[in-house]
Design a protein around this ligand. Structure first.
Ligand code: SRM
Ligand code: SF4
Length: 566
């Protein structure tokens, strides 16, 4: 198959989508065979249905040496716009995790849940049971618009309500329309054969596509990392319109400078009525002009970088036959910490509960899963997942606050955490992620402890520093948008990035290409000492690193690690 415009060969995934009859492929028949895995083409299509075929990377090598099959299992990702669930949905998802997955539920950095470790024989049961709770997994992954993110704190005022409504509406507008999903996972034959995609077309988008919406006063959602970042602009509780920025995206490949993380660039301001049409136009532009020959160059950010935002603005204006204003000036973004108890605006309360790496599970001592279930079953709160992998419970009466605190305490779910722990994100990485080059979630807690000790030693524990670690450069825990990014490079080695800002409006830069896990903390200690001696007034760590530049930081680290750092 050839691309019309340029005669270059389309990427393999384009061919798979094209031949899939709107995402059906041979999923249904392969679901029925006795194998523990799907074939390559179906693995690609399954993503659109919200599931990834994975294998246990811890056991794979040994099994291979013994000539045995890998331990295949499936990750299932739900689509929960704005992270909002009702208590029944939560309880059912919690039960499903016990029944069909490794019994944990993992809150993702896009406000959804992931089930891990689902066996192929249980895949259909799990997905169909999820759908019974009116939650879909359709379009949670794949080359479509994914889960739409917004502020998690369930604040009851006109503006926050509007954000939640917008997130829900945008997400449902862009769920794929083909009935393949219903036919395969839910009701088989009863689904009418309706395979059309009025917006996406037969080959869907060239790549994943992400949308987030927030207000400038609270960028707790890291909105600029989305393909479309929407700022709701308001005054006196009235929505004036939306600033639209385009081209955010973080994935890159080590040593391939033609791939890079990018923050969304402002393109226009529109009145509320135009939002839907504008989003659709941007998606159409990406559909028609995005690079379908090279998946590493297919995100909207490359088009934005190459064509410029004016080109987009003119195209949108031409299609919609309207001229739009330039974006409203946004001064400084802020990030609000919503954890802990807060009055929500209508006399009731919400609590933001810290969940390390978003992993809702019980272990020997800390019973996050049982504790949350107990609270949610008893008090029936609203449940909201956040983009920093935490959970919020809303609509709680004041008289129940102490009882809830007691259950949290009994299960050792504590909210008194250090600043580093609070803002430290980690992606799943090993053993489930097929792309991980190094550990992330599994080293998170011990890394937090080590860094805390060092900050205490240097009297810096009060500094608010966001650190994010990922097992590879794809950027799932948004490492390039934090003060410090620790990015898997090779097994047990990381690249180190600094100089981002806490508010998510500046990307960090690479200062070290390769440092071992063992030396990582030493390297950070050097930077913290340097920061303490030379920071100006209340300068934050990221701002300091940005000001002093990358070379001097590298030199400081080299002073102590010599040739152990590159
Ligand atoms: Fe991600 C791929 C996990 C948010 C950029 N991401 C993956 C896969 C599915 C690996 C794969 O393709 O085989 C990971 C599954 C691992 C596992 O075992 O669960 C994975 N990504 C995650 C999650 C679960 C990380 C987390 O700690 O929560 C997040 C799920 C979000 C969701 O619910 O939809 C997750 N991924 C992100 C984000 C952050 C965001 O969206 O806010 C990014 C950076 C923003 C962006 O999209 O650029 C991100 N993930 C990627 C990329 C790089 C994309 C690129 O443009 O190059 C990949 C690889 C790919 O697509 O080829 C990837
Ligand atoms: Fe996997 Fe890399 Fe994403 Fe981590 S950042 S989950 S290692 S793809």
């Amino acid at each position: 198959m050839k691309k019309n415009m340029s005669s270059t060969i389309l990427s393999k995934v384009e061919q798979v989508k094209n031949d899939s009859d709107y995402l059906a492929g041979k999923i249904a028949s392969q679901l029925q065979n006795s194998k523990s895995f799907f074939e390559e083409n179906e693995i690609q299509l399954l993503k659109f249905h919200g599931t990834y075929q994975q294998f246990d990377r811890d056991t794979a090598t040994e099994l291979k040496q013994k000539g045995l099959e890998k331990e295949f299992s499936f990750m299932i990702r739900t689509r929960i716009p704005g992270g909002i669930l009702d208590y029944n949905q939560y309880i059912e998802l919690d039960s499903l995790a016990n029944q069909f997955s490794n019994s944990s539920l993992r809150i993702t950095t896009r406000q959804t849940f992931q089930f891990h470790g689902v066996l192929k024989k249980n895949l259909k049961k799990t997905i169909s049971n999820i759908s019974k709770m009116l939650i879909t997994t359709y379009g949670a992954c794949g080359d479509v618009v994914r889960n739409v993110t917004t502020i998690a704190a369930p604040i009851k005022d006109i503006i926050h309500e509007k954000l939640r409504k917008d997130a829900e509406k945008i997400s449902s507008n862009f769920v794929p329309k083909s009935t393949s999903y219903g036919q395969i996972w839910i009701n088989g034959e009863k689904y009418e054969y309706k395979k059309k995609e009025p917006l996406y077309g037969k080959c869907y988008l060239p790549r994943k596509f992400k949308i987030g919406i927030t207000i400038p006063e609270d960028n707790s959602v890291d909105v600029l990392t989305n393909d479309i970042a929407i700022f709701l602009i308001h005054k006196n509780s009235k929505v004036l319109g939306y600033n639209i920025a385009i081209g955010g995206g973080l994935g890159m490949t080590h040593n391939k400078p033609e791939t890079f993380p990018y923050l969304a660039k402002p393109v226009l301001f529109c009145k509320p009525d135009y939002l839907e049409n504008i989003l659709e136009e941007i998606i159409k532009i990406q559909r028609d002009f995005g690079d379908r020959t090279n998946r590493k160059h297919a995100r909207l950010k490359y088009l934005v970088e190459e064509k410029g935002t004016d080109w987009f603005k003119k195209k949108i204006e031409k299609e919609l036959k309207t001229n739009f204003d330039i974006p409203k000036k946004i001064n400084n973004l802020k990030v609000i910490d919503h954890l802990g108890w807060h009055e929500q605006g209508d006399g009731k309360w919400y609590i933001g509960i810290f969940i390390p790496s978003g992993r809702i599970k019980d272990d020997k001592n800390i019973k996050i899963k049982s504790g949350l279930r107990d609270i949610i079953k008893t008090f029936k709160p609203s449940v909201i997942l956040s983009t920093d992998q935490n959970i919020f419970l809303g609509d709680i009466q004041e008289k129940n606050k102490d009882l809830i605190n007691k259950i949290l305490k009994k299960n050792l779910i504590v909210n008194e955490i250090t600043k580093i722990n609070r803002w430290f994100l980690a992606c799943p990485a090993l053993p489930t992620c097929g792309l991980a080059l190094a550990e992330a979630e599994r080293v998170r807690d011990s890394l937090v402890n080590k860094i805390d000790k060092i900050l205490l030693k240097h009297n810096l524990s009060d500094e608010k520093i966001s650190i994010r670690i990922t097992g590879c450069p794809n950027g799932c825990a948004r490492p390039y948008a934090g003060d410090i990014g620790i990015i898997g490079r090779t097994p047990n080695h990381y690249a180190l990035y600094t100089g981002g800002d806490f508010e998510g409006s500046r990307l960090n830069r690479k200062i070290v290409d390769k440092v071992s896990y063992e030396n990582l903390v030493l390297a950070l200690e050097q930077l913290f000492i340097f920061f303490k001696k030379n920071k100006i007034n209340k300068e934050g760590f990221g701002d300091f690193c940005n000001r002093v530049g990358t070379d001097i930081q590298f030199e400081k680290i080299k002073e102590i690690l010599n040739d152990k750092v590159q």
